[in-house]
Design a protein around this ligand. Sequence first.
Ligand code: WT7
Length: 659
Amino acid sequence: MSDLKDVSKDFVEVVKYEEREFAPPADFVARANMADPAVYHRAAADPEAFWAEQAEHLHWFQKWDQVLDWSDAPHAKWFVNGKLNVAYNCLDRHIEAGKGNKVAFYFEGEPGDQRVITYQELKDQVCQLANALTELNVVKGDRVVIYMPMIPELVVSLLACARIGAPHTVVFGGFSADAVRDRINDSTAEIVITADGGFRRGAPSGLKVNVDEAVKGAPTIEKVLVYKRTGQDVDWVEGRDFWWNDVVDRQSTEHEAEPMDSEDLLYLLYTSGTTGKPKGIVHTTGGYLVGTTYTHRNVFDIKDDDVYWCAADIGWVTGHSYICYAPLANGATSVMYEGTPTYPAPDRWWDIIERYKVSILYCAPTAIRAHMKEGHQHADKHDLSSLRLLGSVGEPINPEAWMWYHRHIGQEHCPIVDTWWQTETGGIMISPVPGLTTTKPGSATFPLPGIEADVVDEQGNSVPLGHAGFLVIKKPWPSMLRTLYNDDQRYIDTYWGKFGNMYFAGDGAARDEDGYYWLLGRVDDVMNVSGHRLSTAEIESALVSHDLVAEAAVVGQPDELTGEAIFAFVTLKNRAHPGDERDFGQELRNHVAKKISPIAKPKRIMFTPDLPKTRSGKIMRRLLRDIASGHALGDTTSLANQDVVNQIQDATTSAAQDE
Ligand code: WT7
């Protein structure tokens, strides 16, 4: 864990030159969904009344009789005894209100195939899949693993699960067979929904093949439902594998949504923590939908005629909350795109915005920086005048990238909402409200109305403005995680152990003299690479699982494009003969890709005869982090093996010169 001194140093670096401010444009304010600043005060004065008001935007089969039950803290119950169905809220009620012909999704596949899907069509497909799942013996409460490309059937799968009350756990399509296997085993799912493959960078990539591999080590799986996307050859196990077209297409489009309790499990989503084992984040039904629809309505200022595009992947929480559930529950029209941002040409995104007249774009800083590197001439070729609001999520956005986004994409008239949140928080927590907040490039500004955050020191005391500390949330919020699946003690220890009565986010933050929040990155052993959360421990254990590796230490290194890059220090076994270092480095990278995912491949690997350790044998990761970031080294007197640091430092400098 990095200490407050490191965090403060970062804060001074980030904020010292940032004096630009951007007030919301007058025409934006005039039409904004949230335009009265009194809302902050009103929400803080009576949070439960405020959240109840937000819950009224949804359709409840039966109303709650208590807004919040916090008597068993840190275990929250929201909208106690309320009954609703998430899919019903996303589909049926809009159709009943006469909006069946409204477009839910403009889908564009990477090869250029297009589909326009209305709310009525989406509901029909969801009902058919719900009936098919029932035929395949999936009942309320069963977990369903979903491993699919970014195609409409992925949304259909989430909603069909929600409709019958079977919690889903989506595994990002870029994850390996091992990751699929581990998630099946932790959730003891009996069915996987997948596709033959998906398109990525112009080529079909396999998914079914990974499921086949995963299921070899996942005995609970009885059925695999396969959607045909690419047409590639797949292996087939009779009796276990079913083609979507055979089972789903013949089903009735009628299906009655299952009334769910507000606190019933909606989904699990696994994310990395500080140990090698991913955490199954538990999200429930009522509070989650209230929190995500509230934030989507007000942070994105969503209107009936907007064309909204969240360019994330449904494999991550951003896609769960802000591609699938909240936009549909709010009756919005979205763009969904399958592939890579710059395929087949660097202007793919700008072309999509022009063709569909996208008015709201929500994406990650790493994508903005990738476009920035390609150059704004690609955006300049397109008419981006439909855009009225821009969003950012996943990692701190550096002021240069913010300004580029503002100038070249937002054409200096779109507010930017830099939204801080986490898989655990379910929805946006700290963000500008675009019709209210004067923004500063690089700052997520303020906690949203209804959210009480703070920046505290080691003892949990609020630090004065102008200082850095740990980011905490002081009151429960509706879309918060309820626990970790099968591991409640880890839930308590990880999030509530440090300060007792406050949720510890794992991030460093500071407030400037005006009270603006500046996020400073993780203070635990979690990295953020291109907006993806990766655990150092998980990558270390993947490295150590290679026959020739004795020990490994992984740290994040600042990177211009990806925010952080993975730097691995590796010690080989005594009698190991790795051959050429470069080739072996490549072999190790591939080994990590197979164990976790290609996104977890270390960018740099350094072979060292030893790792710096304390006298009690603990690897001093902090020191390695300083070496990797080129920071001056602090006190090294507690080291048991002083000379290894000099060796590593020398090698790092010469390796850096190599590149
Ligand atoms: C971590 C959560 C939120 C959905 C995508 C990532 C970092 C997220 C911001 C932001 C600075 C941010 C934090 C957080 N993060 N958004 N706007 N500014 N940092 O979800 O994988 O659960 O990761 O992402 O470090 O803890 P996640």
